[in-house]
Ligand binder design. Structure first.
Ligand SMILES: Nc1ncnc2c1ncn2[C@@H]1O[C@H](COP(=O)(O)OP(=O)(O)OP(=O)(O)O)[C@@H](O)[C@H]1O
Length: 238
């Protein structure tokens, strides 16, 4: 069974004269152990796709299915529970809570899900170590650099048993060495059975993916394997 499935998804933003047809019949399935990169020019619908996959937005028509559950059938609390338990997000907007330490930020989704703080804490510390921030557990967001905050956000996204990771240019604020380390981490989570969707503008980041889906004007125009194809597509996209 796919971890994520988009079935003939359309998404309209706005109304009347300002209506934008951001996605036009997108279908996509992501299997366990698969990392899919989504590329395409600005405005092609990449963020819209990721928001729909994460249940942060709903399709105008079509359906989004996560591990066999059609998100359209869930009520608000059902959707929130599924998001907390099964999804990890790494978005451009970090959304770290300023009043919580790095370890508390990471432990929060676990605790919201009923994991006892004394069990959540070591998991949070292990996640910090995985992103190279051992010893930063007690720092507050404003005591860390942008890149460090981004790594905390990544640690939070990957902590626990996430089945689907959604990443929007996760390496934006990171130097290239750390960026590669984060992608390696995402890759290793996927290799141990999760699924991931990575939106990126960079062919060398897409090189970590099993498959590259290329969007243009809200339509999947190509699905390629490997970064070389993606780079060629980007060049012809204009
Ligand atoms: N909330 C919204 N209201 C109105 N239009 C929107 C909204 N969100 C996105 N759009 C429009 O939908 C289209 C797709 O936007 P989207 O952000 O998904 O593209 P993108 O490929 O992620 O772009 P970028 O690479 O610049 O982030 C664009 O024309 C955009 O202006």
């Amino acid at each position: 069974m796919s971890v994520l499935e988009l079935r003939d998804v359309h998404r309209m933003h706005g109304q009347g004269a300002t209506e934008v047809h951001a996605l036009r019949g997108v279908s996509l399935a992501v299997a366990p152990g698969e990392l899919v990169a989504v590329m395409g020019p600005s405005g092609s619908g990449k963020s819209t796709l990721l928001n729909l996959a994460g249940g942060l937005d709903s399709p105008t028509t079509g359906s989004v299915v996560i591990e066999g559950v059609d998100l359209g059938t869930l009520n608000r609390s059902g959707l929130a529970g599924l998001r907390r338990r099964r999804l990890g997000y790494v978005f451009q907007d970090l959304n770290l809570l300023a009043s919580l330490t790095a370890a508390e930020n990471i432990a929060l989704p676990l605790e919201l899900d009923g994991v006892a703080p004394r069990k959540a804490r070591p998991l949070a510390e292990a996640a910090l170590t995985e992103v190279g921030l051992e010893g930063y557990a007690e720092r507050f967001p404003d005591e860390m650099s942008g890149g460090q905050q981004q790594r905390v956000a990544i640690a939070r996204a990957l902590v626990g048993q996430r089945r689907l990771m959604l990443a929007d240019e996760p390496t934006g604020a990171l130097d290239s060495q750390t960026g590669e380390a984060v992608l390696r981490l995402l890759r290793s989570k996927v290799d141990s059975g999760a699924a991931a969707v990575l939106v990126t503008h960079e062919a060398r980041h897409a090189a970590w993916a099993d498959r590259v889906v290329f969007l243009r004007d809200g339509v999947v125009v190509d699905t390629s394997v490997g970064a070389a194809d993606a780079a060629a597509l980007l060049e012809t996209a204009g």
